[in-house]
Design a protein around this ligand. Structure first.
Ligand code: FAD
Length: 409
């Protein structure tokens, strides 16, 4: 027998973005079905997703505004300074906020975030989780959006929110085209313990073979200093690095870091991610909105991908809450047009700047390096330029939705 279940919206994809979207809507009285084909028992296991994410201070304000402040408090490692250099050459650039400005962001382990968000969604009366669940069919028309699951349930809502990540099938089916290309890079991702304290500094070291980020984490239970690494290697070199013994790998790491953190050990198995860029030209269709990596995917060079998706969540939530107050259908074309206009400039600007940064630092040779170091020296001396880059890192530039200022709508 078919069971029909109605909520205000249907969210396909229960990753970090889909779950946050459900919770942000629930905080404003809007109900959702969240459907994910993956098994939570696998997604919440220790070995799944060893990444850490830099959560900007504006994204933190949204988490606090939707009731997650207590769960996250004290669990992230503050980033107090960002240090950028062209290889290990002198002439580095550092971003240090003023005393009253607060952190540039905080580093959280993705698996911790996933657990907090899943638990909050399970406890919410306004969210129905369907995980793992396979979708048999989807339908959108003038009246509603419908999703039929393979267990026979038919979910109905006014809007289909797509948070399926990079390889979004629903985006393809809706005919929303993406511009995309692959970088010749694989990111080697892991966690390390090290002899010296990181002093809450995030290091971005640019090598012609690709950028290398060393990002501060909280000390472990035994008081050992820890950092996360995202080390881009060319597709040709990455397999050889992955085959190195832990000791040989950490010796290479220590060299690439200029021994700034002393002796290094691997704290978790390495994982690898091929890096690519994609950007959907259009992020809405009839009763459908793309959010997160379904809409855009950028190089992790500046740690902005998840933050960009969280900005989608904040904007879409504000648009939909305004729609409810005006008595509109949540699939209303005007509401979706507002969401689309709001997000298109921000996502394209961040996407273009991270892509440009990656290309700029990939150019080999002494002349290119001299130009880069000259540019960095100019930024280093120019207060407004530094303030601009720090506002970008905090996610505080542009026209911010209320949630990113920490205000419920
Ligand atoms: C190496 C690396 C480091 C990064 N570091 C940072 C960082 O420091 N800071 C930052 O802001 N960002 C960072 N990012 C980017 C960030 O990880 C992503 O932007 C973010 O995880 C995207 O989340 P999402 O929920 O949109 O997509 P995903 O995490 O891909 O989730 C999609 C979900 O949808 C489900 N799904 C897909 N298709 C279907 C379907 N048809 N039916 C049902 N379910 C479906 C999947 O099972 C999955 O659970 C990094 C990325 C990489 C690769």
């Amino acid at each position: 027998m078919t069971q029909s279940q109605t909520a205000d919206v249907i969210i396909i994809g229960g990753g970090l973005i889909g779950l946050t979207q459900g919770l942000a809507l629930a905080a404003h009285g809007i109900s959702s079905h969240i459907v994910d084909r993956a098994d939570p028992a696998i997604m919440l296991a220790d070995g799944f997703d060893g990444r850490t994410s830099a959560i900007s201070s504006s994204s933190m304000k949204m988490f606090e505004a939707i009731g997650l402040g207590d769960s996250l408090s004290g669990k992230g490692c503050p980033i107090e300074q960002i240090w950028v250099s062209d290889g290990l050459k002198p002439g580095e650039l550092d971003f240090v906020p003023g005393e009253k400005d607060g952190y540039l962001g905080q580093m959280f382990e993705n698996k911790f975030l996933r657990r907090i968000l899943t638990r909050a969604a399970q406890e919410s009366d306004l969210i129905q989780l369907h995980m793992p669940a396979q979708i048999n069919s989807k339908q959108r028309d003038d009246g509603a959006a419908r999703v039929q699951l393979d267990n026979g349930a038919v979910l109905t809502g006014q809007l289909l929110i797509v948070a399926e990540g990079r390889q979004s099938q629903t985006r393809e089916e809706a005919g929303l085209k993406i511009a995309h290309w692959h970088y010749n890079h694989i990111a080697l991702v892991g966690a390390i313990t090290h002899e010296k304290s990181h002093e809450n500094i995030a290091y971005e070291i640019f090598y012609p073979t690709g950028p290398f980020a060393v990002l501060p984490m909280l000390d472990d239970d035994q008081g050992r200093h820890r950092s996360a690494i995202v080390w881009s290697q060319t597709k040709g070199d990455a397999p050889a690095y992955l085959k190195l013994s832990p000791r040989a790998f950490t010796a290479e790491l220590e060299k690439a870091m200029g021994h700034m953190l002393g002796i290094v050990e691997l704290a978790a198995p390495l994982s690898s991610y091929p890096l690519g860029f994609h950007h959907a030209g259009q992020i809405t269709a009839q009763r459908l909105a793309l959010i997160g990596d379904s809409a855009h995917g950028i190089h992790p060079i500046a740690g902005q991908g998840l933050n960009l998706g969280l900005r989608d969540v904040a904007s879409l939530t504000e648009v939909l809450v305004d729609g409810v107050r005006l008595g509109l259908d949540l699939g209303d074309a005007q509401l979706l047009a507002r969401y689309s206009r709001w997000r298109s400039l921000d996502t394209l600007t961040v996407a273009a700047s991270t892509d440009g940064l990656n290309r700029l630092f990939s150019v080999p040779g002494k002349a290119a390096s001299a130009v880069r170091r000259f540019g960095m020296a100019v930024v280093q001396r120019t207060r407004p330029a530094k303030a601009f880059f720090m506002a970008e890192a905090r996610g505080e530039s542009g026209s911010l939705p209320k949630l990113l200022n920490g205000v419920a709508i």
